[in-house]
Design a protein around this ligand. Structure first.
Ligand code: PMP
Length: 412
C-alpha cells in the first residue's frame, strides 16, 4: 500500500530559498539529490552565526571564544553520533564518506591485511568504496572479491554468502545503491561477515539522509556518511566505528590535535576519536551538520522516508507508462533514486534538454563504472528525490521527457 505523506512539503519548501529560483526561465525542479541535497536556511544561518559570533580554533584555547567553538564542535559530534545510534566517542568527523572509507582502508587495512587475505565488495559499490580497497590491496597483497547481482539487479545474497570464507577479513557494502536505489540488508550481511570472523563496513552515503539508521541494530563495525547529501554543508561527514577497533587502529594522518605527547624520537596519540582528526577541524561545517541533523530529526526520518516512498511510487507509475522508458534496478525494495534509459536518447542529451526546462537530473556513470559495465551501458540518466520534492515536479519530469522525445522526432 502506498503510504500517505505526513510532511507539510509546502512549508518545507519555504525553508530552502534555492527552490524559489528560476532556471532558464522555468521554476527549478531539483531532482539531483543523490549527488547533493539543497540546504535549508537554518543550516546556512548556523554556519554564518558560528563564524560571525563564536569562531576560534578548538580544543587548545583558554579564552572564551575557543571554549564556545570547542563546545559547538563537540556538541555537533554528540548530535551526529546520536543521529545514527552511535556513541559520541565513536564518531570521527571526516570530509565525507570518501575520506571515511579511505581512513578505514588505510588505517585498519594497513595494520591488519596480509597477503592472501580477502576483502569482499559488491558489483554495485561506488568508486569511494572500491578504489581505497584497491589501493590497500596493492600495498598489502590482499585480494578483492565481488558479490554479484541477481537478474533484477539486487545484491545476490547467495553469491555474497558463498564468497565469504576463512580468508575474508572485511566485507564492505553500500547500504543503498546510488544508481539502482536498492536497499541492501546490511544487518544480515554483517551477521554473515561476523560468522566468518570478518568485519563489516557499511557505506551509508545514500542511506543516512533518507532512512532511520541505527548502527547498533545493523551491528556493523564501521558506518560512513556525508553531510552534504543530508542538508548539511559540503566538506563534512563522519565515520562511526566500534570503539575497540578505533582504539587498536593506527592514526590515519599525523599532525596537531591528534597527539598526546610529541618527542623528537616518537609520539603518542590522543584518545579516539581525536586520534583520527589531525589538524584544525572544519568547525563551521560541523556546526552546519548539527543544524541539518536537528532539522531532519525534527521532521522525522520515518516521515521523510514515507514521503519519498510515496513520491517514488508515483514517479515509477508515471514513468514506466512512457514508451521507451527503461528502469535500471527493481521496482520494489528501493528508495527514490531512479536510474533509467529513455529510448535511444543518450543520458547526457536528456539531462541537457531537461535542464533547458529547469529540471536538474544527473547523467553519467555515477562513480559506478563496474556497475555500468555489468548493466552494459556507459551512462544512465538518474532522477533522485528528497523531502522537498512534489508530485508536480514528477509531472514536470514526465513532461520534460515527452518534450525531449518530440525534439528527437521520436525514437529510432
Ligand atoms: N558512496 C555512495 C553510495 C555515494 O552515493 C557517494 C556520493 N555520490 C559516495 C560514496 C561518496 O560520497 P562523498 O563524495 O560525499 O565522499
Amino acid at each position: 500500500m502506498t503510504p500517505i505523506s505526513t510532511l507539510d512539503v509546502t512549508k518545507i519548501r519555504q525553508d530552502f530559498p534555492i527552490l524559489q529560483r528560476k532556471i532558464h526561465g522555468h521554476p527549478l525542479v531539483y531532482l539531483d539529490n543523490a549527488a547533493s541535497s539543497q540546504k535549508p536556511a537554518v543550516v546556512v544561518a548556523a554556519v554564518s552565526g558560528y563564524f560571525l559570533n563564536s569562531h576560534a580554533n578548538v580544543h587548545r584555547g583558554a579564552h572564551q571564544l575557543s571554549v564556545e567553538a570547542t563546545d559547538a564542535y563537540e556538541s555537533a559530534r554528540a548530535v551526529v553520533a546520536d543521529f545514527i545510534g552511535g556513541r559520541t566517542k565513536e564518531l570521527v568527523f571526516t570530509r565525507g564518506t570518501t575520506e571515511s572509507i579511505n581512513l578505514v582502508a588505510a588505517s585498519w587495512g594497513g595494520a591488519n591485511l596480509r597477503e592472501g587475505d580477502e576483502i569482499l565488495l559488491t558489483l554495485m559499490e561506488h568508486h569511494s568504496n572500491l578504489v581505497p580497497w584497491q589501493l590497500i590491496a596493492a600495498r598489502t597483497g590482499a585480494r578483492l572479491r565481488f558479490a554479484g547481482l541477481t537478474a533484477d539487479a539486487r545484491l545476490d545474497l547467495e553469491d555474497l554468502a558463498a564468497k565469504i570464507g576463512p580468508r575474508t577479513r572485511m566485507v564492505a557494502v553500500t547500504h543503498v545503491s546510488n544508481t539502482l536505489g536498492v536497499v541492501n540488508p546490511v544487518a544480515e550481511i554483517t551477521a554473515l561477515a561476523h560468522e566468518a570472523g570478518a568485519l563489516c563496513l557499511v557505506d551509508g552515503a545514500q542511506a543516512a539522509p533518507h532512512l532511520d539508521v541505527d548502527v547498533s541494530e545493523i551491528g556493523c563495525d564501521f558506518y560512513a556518511f556525508s553531510g552534504h547529501k543530508m542538508c548539511g554543508p559540503t566538506g563534512i561527514g563522519a565515520l562511526w566505528g566500534r570503539k575497540e577497533l578505533l582504539e587498536e587502529m593506527p592514526p590515519y594522518q599525523g599532525g596537531g590535535e591528534m597527539i598526546s605527547e610529541v618527542r623528537l624520537d616518537g609520539s603518542s596519540w590522543a584518545a579516539v576519536p581525536h586520534k583520527f582528526e589531525a589538524g584544525t577541524p572544519s568547525v563551521g561545517d560541523a556546526v552546519g551538520l548539527r543544524a541539518a541533523v536537528r532539522y531532519l530529526t525534527r521532521l522525522g526520518l520515518d516521515e521523510i522516508h514515507q514521503h519519498e516512498t510515496m513520491l517514488t511510487e508515483y514517479a515509477l507509475d508515471r514513468l514506466t507508462e512512457l514508451d521507451g522508458f527503461d528502469l535500471f534496478g527493481p521496482r520494489t525494495g528501493r528508495v527514490g533514486v531512479i536510474s533509467f534509459r529513455y529510448g535511444d536518447i543518450h543520458a547526457h542529451d536528456l539531462a541537457t534538454i531537461l535542464d533547458a526546462h529547469g529540471i536538474a537530473i544527473r547523467a553519467g556513470h555515477h562513480c559506478n563504472q563496474p556497475l555500468m559495465n555489468h548493466l552494459g551501458v556507459d551512462a544512465t540518466a538518474r532522477a533522485s528525490v528528497y523531502l522537498y520534492n512534489t508530485h508536480e515536479e514528477i509531472d514536470a519530469l514526465v513532461e520534460g521527457l515527452l518534450a525531449a522525445r518530440k525534439l528527437f522526432g521520436g525514437f529510432a
